[in-house]
Design a protein around this ligand. Structure first.
Ligand code: NAD
Length: 496
């Protein structure tokens, strides 16, 4: 049985903790590894290693730091297939989907290679007689990241390449459900030649997270996960005087206007609703067709597509989506389908009781489609995080916008239409952080930044891109005077 190791100060080390949890292959339901939950002392050792490495790394010229990042980028590209296999083994997503995840992570490393140009700072000559001002962005020191199960390679890569290129050192606490992909990526990071202690990985649960949140040497926390934990991390971290960015859950709506191309809208909903078994924070889980005619046409297009969805293990190259992450999560998603049915939603396609032949113990739920969902139902209000798409019929555009704006989450949203006016109005006014116009999953590219609104995100900064650089640096402004020939005595008024 594989034992998942930590990575501290440039070495893989086996935790001494006797508190262990199993890691499963969700495609088969079999245990694939064992993960020791690191003790507080082990987390402190990782922070110590990061702290010891921080001064020299922070003083390393940005271009030299970027050169390590270029090597890391090359290795990630060479091993993308291996990383994708590790993801699929413990997460369950299809190989192509896992490759897509790796590609979006690599994109952030590519961005990080260019970070020196964003650290240049501002310079103003002659802000006063013989006075010049330089505004500079300095690293924070030791920063930490806590990541969810659904993107075990990409979400950590949203964080540490940016933090490290900015001159910080990092402690990562990945999800305990699929820890092998982030460890393989750490091996590549080490192979790229970064100094020991620049990136450390500790596995664990709440105890490890709390140890990071409370430690005075950790200056900033990046978190991605569910909203209750994001809120907890934000409060505890900021109470301890840290900078915190904590991204949470989502319920993403897609409006389908009467003028939309229904085939394109239905195809978009299939990928965005059922890709990765709906376990994406940018998944579309609510379709909002405008008017009953549009709704009838859309549901008629969706039904055969959902019925034909190919669900299976990642080893089946025909599979379009895989199993859910754990048995507990499978039960939770099945419970939501029961609830939706009891609440009176029309179950158009029922994914309960599905398992591919030979994989009866895997955590599968088939594609599920509800029509005539109303906003008071739990399947509308809560994040299901499974392959369940709800159609909520709106009588007009205004009703759809009001519904989206009133939802507690505000991560992503989309509109499908041929009407430029409607699309522009929607993009401008909707209370959501990431908006797609005829784009169902509008995840910004690495040189923009990722972040939702409302209870999908706590803290002022988004992840990666310019927001990431600002989050992982603090501003220093230096005002310099070489007065030369100017003669003046003591000045007691405010400098102007
Ligand atoms: P989770 O909140 O259960 O876990 C996230 C991290 O927090 C893990 O590392 C976990 O070990 C840790 N954790 C869990 N319970 C904790 C506790 N009580 N105290 C301290 N730490 C704790 O989330 P998950 O199930 O791994 O991931 C799915 C969730 O993540 C979904 O809600 C999804 O929407 C969200 N997500 C959001 C984004 C985004 O960008 N907004 C991206 C990906 C996933």
């Amino acid at each position: 049985m594989d034992i998942i190791q930590n990575a501290i100060n440039g070495q893989r080390v086996t935790s001494k903790s006797s508190n262990k949890v199993p890691v499963f292959n969700p495609a088969t339901g079999e245990q694939s590894a064992e993960l020791p939950l690191s003790s507080v002392d082990e987390v402190h050792a990782a922070i110590e290693a990061a702290k010891a490495a921080a001064p020299a790394w922070g003083d390393t010229p940005p271009l030299k730091r970027a050169r390590y990042m270029f090597r890391f980028n090359e290795l990630l590209n060479q091993h993308a297939d291996d990383i994708a296999r590790e993801i699929s083994k413990e997460h369950g997503k299809t190989h192509d989907d896992a490759l897509g995840e790796v590609a979006r992570g690599i994109e952030v490393v590519e961005f990080a290679c260019g970070i020196p140009s964003l650290l240049k700072g501002d310079f103003s000559r002659n802000v006063g007689p013989s006075v010049d001002t330089v505004a500079d962005r300095k690293p924070l020191g030791v920063v930490a990241g806590i990541t969810p199960f659904n993107f075990p390679a990409m979400v950590p890569l949203w964080m540490y390449p940016v933090a490290i290129a900015c001159g910080n050192t990092f402690v990562l606490k990945p999800s305990e459900r699929d820890p092998s992909a982030p460890m393989l990526v750490w091996d590549l990071f080490k192979e790229a030649g970064f100094p020991d202690g620049v990136l450390n990985v500790v596995h664990g649960d709440k105890q490890a997270v709390d140890a990071l949140l409370d430690h005075p040497d950790v200056k900033a926390i990046s978190f991605v996960g569910s909203t209750p934990i994001a809120e907890y991390v934000y409060k505890r971290g900021t109470d301890a005087g840290k900078r915190v960015q904590a991204l949470g859950g989502a319920k993403n709506h897609m409006i389908v206007m009467p003028d939309a191309d229904m085939d394109k809208a239905a195809d978009a909903l299939m990928g965005a609703g059922y890709g990765s078994a709906g376990e994406r924070c940018m998944a579309i889980s609510v379709a909002v067709p405008i008017g009953d005619k549009t709704a009838d046409a859309l549901v008629a297009k969706l039904k055969p597509r959902v019925e034909a969805l190919k669900v299976g293990p990642a080893s089946d190259s025909d599979a379009e989506m895989g199993p859910l992450i754990t048995k507990a999560h499978q039960d939770k998603v099945l419970g939501y389908i029961d609830e939706g049915e009891k609440a009176g939603a029309e179950l158009v396609v029922d994914g309960r009781g599905y398992a591919p032949q030979g994989y009866e113990n895997g955590y599968y739920v088939g594609g599920t489609l509800f029509d005539r969902v109303t906003t008071d139902m739990s399947i509308y209000q809560e994040e299901i995080f499974g392959p369940v798409l709800s159609v909520v019929r709106a009588q007009d555009y205004g009703e759809a916008v009001k519904m989206i704006n009133e939802h507690e989450y505000g991560n992503g949203t989309a509109i499908f239409t041929r009407d430029g006016d409607a699309a522009r109005e929607f993009a401008d006014k909707i209370e959501v952080g990431m908006v797609g116009v005829n784009v169902p999953i509008p995840v910004p590219v690495a040189y923009h930044s990722f972040g939702g609104w409302k209870r999908s995100s706590f803290g002022a900064h988004g992840m990666y891109g310019p927001e990431g650089v600002h989050f992982y640096t603090r501003l220093k402004t230096i005002t310099t005077r070489w007065p030369g020939g100017i003669k003046e005595g003591a000045v007691f008024t405010f400098p102007s």
